[in-house]
Structures are given as C-alpha cells and as structure tokens.
Design a protein around this ligand. Structure first.
Ligand code: CP3
Length: 351
C-alpha cells in the first residue's frame, strides 16, 4: 500500500496512514496504571481514581509517566470509558479491589432520567483540559491518543451497574425491551461522537474506540450493536475531522475482525491476543494498519518467551502497517522491567 508521508517524526501517524515502518511504533493499553510505582503515588495524592481522572494536572502527570520511563511512541489520555455514563447522569464509583459500580438502567424511566447529550461537557470539561495540558508537554515525536468506550461496552456497565463476566443483563434487556436497549445505544452513540469530537478539538491526534465486550455479540447482533455504532461514530467524526485517524478495538471479534476496517471506516483495527498474528496479517492487515497483540501475561512472566513472542509478532506484521501493543491492558502485577525488555526487543536492529 502506498501512502503519503505525514508528520515524519510521529511514527504512529505514519503507520496509521498506511506506512510499513522498519520498526513498528509501540504503546501499551493501560500504560498508565498500578504496575508503576509513580502512578500509585500520584493516585494516592489524588485520593481516588475518579479524582485523578477529573484533576487535569494529575491526569496529565500520570499520562506522561510511562512516556518518561519508557519512551512510548504514543501517550493515551488518562481517563475512563465510564465517565460518559456519569456525564449522562448515572452514579459512578469504584470499589477498591473490585472495580466500577454504577446506578443500573433497565427501563424507560431510567432512560428518561438521563441528561441530554448536550449536557455531557459540563462533567467532561476537565478531560479536555487534560488534553490541552498534554499538547504542550509531550515530546514532538509522541502522538496523543484520545478514547471512548464503544456504545455496547458502555451499555453493558450501565445496564448491569458493574462489570459482568458474560454481559448477561445487557443481553437480557436487548431481548426483553429492545426499544429501551436501542434508545440507550443511540444516546451513547451520539454522546460518543460529541465526546471524541471535543477531545480532538482539545488536542487528541488520534482517537480509539474500546469495545471491550464486542466478542459477546454473535452474528447479526455483532453487526447491529458493534459494527454499526462504530461505523456511525467514525462517519460523524470523519465529517468533522477528516484528517484524524480512528483505531477501533472490537475485542474478541474473532472472524468479525475480517473486513471490520473497511465496513466501519476505521484507519486501524486493534487485535486482542485470541487471534494469531500470522492469521491477522493474512486476513486483517490486508485492509490496512493493525495494532497488537502480545498477550499481557508476558508482562508478568517475562523471560525468553517474552522476547520470542515479541519478535514473532513484529515479524508476522512486518509486511504492512503495524503498531505494536498488547492484546489487552497491562495488569497491576506486571513488572516494569518486562515492559522495557519488550520495547528493546521491538527496537533492536534486525528484530
Ligand atoms: O490505557 C490507559 O493507560 C489510559 C486510561 C484508561 C483507563 N481505563 C484507566 C483505568 C483506559 C483507556 C481505560 C479504558 C477502560 N475502562 C475500558 C476499556 C479497555 C479494557 O480494559 O477493556 C474498560 C472496560 C474500563 C472500565 C474500567 N475501569 C474497569 C472495568 C476498571 C476496573 C478494573 C481495574 O483495572 O481496576 C477500571 C479502572 C481503571 N481504569 C484503572 C485505570 C488505570 C484502575 C484504577 C485504579 O487506579 O485503581
């Protein structure tokens, strides 16, 4: 694939424009997080996770920490996909050691209680301020990535009021009250467009859509509730910001990864580690840039296997545009030294 050369110093933007680089650029999902002692210190200073998200100076600080320590090619905004439900009026809190809790939404009355999409910026303004701070502080070669959750993934948390292993409550609402379910999906799709557009205006150079639970949607449901909302969001963003690339992450999409970029207009598809890099190179990378997909467990276990797996993934995707990443977020038990080893293995000559 031939592509124009964009911002030569920003390798992430070059890969997203379709360039196969001799060394793939690299960043990591959840790169700002509890595996880093400096993150834990700043989080303690903030008091709790949501305070950290809504205090722009501290959110910018934790965004920068992994860039300073490892020299990643991209910085991802520090925030959370669940700030959107909160901005729409849901209650949100985090239980230490357990994860997020929200007020639940299961009927028309719950839907009617949500705020209009135009009200989200009142809550989300500090996130835009974080981006504005970061645009002045990042090294010139580092790309700033904004993000939001996919409507289906965000809906699963809003409906159940928490994370669920099988997204059962959201599937149940979809079957039992499709009108309410689809109205919620429409509200989230619209809110996501406004949120990502505001992030771009505040300085995000790329945006990523995290549809972490897309894999629990089967057949036609995947098409209607993962692919179609992504297509709508990307089309609306491209009308307003034609030059800003979008990365889509329909996690555990399996066979549905094939053609996803073409069908949605995404510039890049992020791959989880349930698909092999060799399969994805043959079936997904043929359409353009891919991101992924080292198993995050290697950040805990390390050793020669980490280096071998990293090299194998680099090799498998070397024929086309590729951004190196993990298949999912790095976990709190990970050893920062293993992150450094992964980066070394990617950047060593002749890897
Ligand atoms: O990647 C980054 O470094 C940027 C920041 C970021 C966070 N969450 C910070 C965070 C991003 C991009 C997210 C996305 C997110 N949040 C997703 C989609 C990606 C995925 O992991 O599948 C989801 C599903 C959420 C919702 C969420 N936030 C859960 C389920 C949890 C609890 C699980 C956990 O790891 O504790 C969170 C909390 C959260 N979001 C933390 C961080 C750093 C840990 C909070 C803490 O410091 O205690």
């Amino acid at each position: 694939m031939t592509a124009p050369q964009t911002s030569p110093e920003k390798t992430i933007l070059r890969a997203l424009a379709g360039e196969a680089l001799p060394t793939p650029p690299v960043w990591m999902m959840r790169q700002a997080g509890r595996y880093l002692p400096e993150y834990r210190a700043t989080r303690a200073q903030a008091g709790d996770f949501l305070k950290l998200c809504y205090t722009p100076e501290l959110a910018a600080e934790v965004t920068l920490q992994p860039i300073r320590r490892f020299g990643f090619d991209a910085a991802i905004l520090f925030a959370d996909i669940l700030l959107v439900p909160q901005a729409l009026g849901a209650d949100l809190w985090f239980v230490t050691g357990e994860g997020p809790r929200l007020s639940t939404l299961s009927d028309r009355a719950g839907l009617d209680r949500l705020k209009p999409v135009s009200a989200i910026h009142e809550t989300l303004n500090p996130v835009y301020e974080t981006l504005r701070i970061l645009t002045g502080e990042l090294p010139r070669e580092t790309t700033l990535i904004g993000f939001a959750g996919g409507p289906w993934t965000v809906a699963t948390y809003m409906i159940a009021g928490r994370g669920t292993p099988d997204q059962g409550p959201a599937h149940a609402l979809m079957r039992e009250n499709r009108a309410v379910f689809e109205a919620l999906m429409a509200r989230l799709t619209e809110a996501t467009v406004e949120y990502l557009s505001a992030q771009i205006m505040a300085g995000a150079e790329v945006v990523k859509l995290f549809d972490s639970w897309a894999g629990s949607l089967r057949g036609e449901e995947f098409h209607r509730y993962a692919l179609e909302p992504a297509r709508e969001i990307i089309a609306a963003l491209k009308t307003r910001h034609p030059d800003v690339p979008v990365i889509a992450f329909p996690r555990q999409a399996g066979e549905h990864y094939i053609g996803f970029a073409r069908a949605t207009g995404a510039d890049c598809v992020a791959l989880d580690n349930s698909v092999s890099a060799e399969w994805a190179a043959a079936h997904v990378q043929v359409d353009g840039c891919v991101q992924g997909n080292l198993d995050p467990r290697h950040m805990v276990t390390g050793g020669p296997e980490l280096v071998e797996e990293t090299r194998r993934i680099v090799r498998a995707f070397s024929g086309g545009p590729h951004i190196f990443n993990l298949g999912h977020g790095i976990t709190p038990e990970a050893d920062p030294d293993n992150v450094a080893r992964m980066i070394e293995a990617i950047r060593e000559p002749g890897a």
